[in-house]
Design a protein. Structure first.
Ligand code: NAD
Length: 478
């Protein structure tokens, strides 16, 4: 018997949760339920996080959390509970299966059956943003080796467990050679450990276009957070089933399962909502906790109910559907199909050994790290890079001298183009004399001199090489 936490959420949440629980309990799920209150009521009672400390304790104790959608009140100050939960609990993997239910649910892609594995904790979603000049704001894109290793390994282990044939990686490493480059590199390293699973890498732009056009060419797709956020919605939508998709958020200790749709407040309390999205989340949960036979039974009964044409209003279609039902009646139909297999859909069969081989991250020995330069970012309202260079060259010393200026990444000095548009945010790169290294003291001296000359340095970024390999990008056009 596995103890799990549930939250019935807001809007249609309580109805779809009751339906989901009725189905999985009837199928023989060995779970004991502990309910917590999260969402609108908690927000409006003055808790801006939407969840109390006591509820956190329950979630952390039980480790498995099945959550119905919640309503985040409009207006400032309320923090998204989903984002907080993912980050607090270290739920690094977001798994979203997107499968076509053709011909019962309309889609242009009848053969689509893909799983998006999205990194869930880092990338631009670290939310580290700053305004630095009148004209420029920045958001830091952080990609870590442990983050990459964990998500990529999860994707391959998932593929292995579910009998999937191929894992595809999407990045934009032709442009972001350091961040996306690391993700791609780790993908290549880990792929070698799974020779039985095909692997490939696509640049995200053409990969996304291909996925939207020919999704049947893909199987499992793993990608960094932002791309995964966007493309998992695209994938769910083109499968024809945003309202039918569930998602799992997996961490080393805890996991959270949910529907991908929201609380649909206009449909609340009318016994209309489709419980399938949350049910799909619950099936992922049952697989995760090792109750694969129950998961299989529920999924096959659900597929049979869909192909029998017993549909809630959102997917009901004259001609293909047979009976329009409410939330409760849909759940009853699934329950009456428990033990039966679908006839036209392929019945699912989940692997009985569910233990994924997910070793804890082992930090490698430290590399030899050498300081080989520094970028001074300067707020300057002029427009002529050569004029700025004359000013910045005054900082040159035996320790380091100006080698390049860029504006929004493009080199504007030396040998810039008059046509290049410039903002008030300039990066001035200082390098030591050839063959020598920079010291932190050199940087302090540079900053002190800049201050004395009235140069507005808004940040610095150290340039390192690790074991002799350059750890920073060149200026565009350099
Ligand atoms: P929504 O997903 O709630 O609704 C979009 C549309 O889909 C509506 O027309 C709705 O009636 C329909 N719909 C959604 N789920 C359905 C279901 N199970 N059965 C039948 N029809 C369904 O999105 P929204 O209207 O943009 O957001 C409503 C609220 O949900 C907002 O407060 C938002 O913050 C919240 N939200 C929560 C989550 C979550 O908790 N995971 C996710 C997204 C949105």
């Amino acid at each position: 018997m596995k103890k799990i936490t549930i939250a019935k959420g807001d809007g249609i949440g309580p109805e779809i949760m009751d339906a989901t629980l009725a189905i999985i309990m009837a199928a023989g799920a060995q779970i004991q339920i502990e309910e917590i209150e999260v969402g609108e009521k908690v927000y409006l009672a003055g808790n801006t996080a939407g969840i109390s400390k006591e509820s956190w304790d329950v979630i952390r104790r039980n480790k498995i959390f099945l959550k119905a959608p919640i309503t985040t009140p409009q207006g400032g100050g309320y923090k998204s509970l989903n984002v907080t939960t993912r980050k607090f609990l270290g739920l690094y993997a977001n798994i979203r299966p997107c499968v076509s239910l053709h011909p019962y649910v309309k889609t242009k892609h009848p053969l689509m059956d893909i799983v998006i594995v999205r990194e869930n904790e880092e990338d631009l979603y670290a939310g580290i943003e700053h305004q630095q000049t009148d004209e420029v704001v920045q958001c830091l894109k952080l990609i870590s080796r442990p983050g990459c290793e964990k998500i990529v390994r999860y994707a391959f282990e998932y593929a292995k467990q579910y009998g999937r044939k191929k894992v595809t990686c999407f990045t934009k490493d032709n442009i972001m050679k350091q961040t996306d480059g690391l993700f791609h590199k780790v993908f290549d390293e880990i792929a070698i450990e799974y020779p039985e699973i095909e692997n490939e890498h696509w640049i995200i732009d053409i990969g996304a276009a291909k996925m939207a056009d020919t999704p049947e060419a893909f199987d499992v797709i793993v990608m960094p957070n932002l791309y995964g956020d966007v493309l998992s919605d695209v994938a769910a939508q083109i499968a024809g089933s945003v309202g039918l998709a569930g998602s799992a958020n997996i961490g080393e200790e805890c996991a959270m399962f949910e529907a991908i749709h929201g609380s649909a407040p206009r449909r609340a309390g009318q016994n209309m909502a489709n419980p399938s999205g949350l049910l799909q989340g619950a099936i992922q949960m049952l697989n995760h906790i090792g109750q694969t036979e129950v998961a299989e039974k529920v999924q096959n009964a659900w597929l049979k109910t869909i192909e029998d044409g017993i549909h809630t209003y959102d997917i009901y279609k004259e001609g293909t559907s047979k009976q329009k039902v409410g939330t409760k009646e849909f759940a009853e139909a699934v329950i009456s199909n428990l033990g039966k297999l679908p006839a036209s859909f392929k019945a699912v069969q989940y692997a009985k050994n569910t233990s994924l081989n997910l070793p804890t991250y082992k930090r490698k020995a430290a590399a030899k790290k050498e300081l080989v330069g520094v970028d001074l970012f300067v707020h300057w309202r002029g427009t002529d890079a050569n004029e700025l260079a004359t000013l910045i060259h005054k900082l040159d010393s035996d320790g380091a001298s100006l080698s390049m200026i860029t504006n929004r990444g493009i080199k504007v000095y030396p040998d810039g183009f008059r046509e290049t548009f410039c903002t008030d945010h300039w990066r001035c790169r200082f390098k030591p004399a050839k063959g020598s290294l920079l010291s932190k003291q050199n940087i302090i001296t540079l900053l002190t001199q800049a201050e004395n000359l009235g140069i507005d340095v808004i940040k610095t970024e150290n340039l390192y090489q690790f074991d002799g390999v350059q750890g920073y990008s060149l200026g565009q056009g350099q």
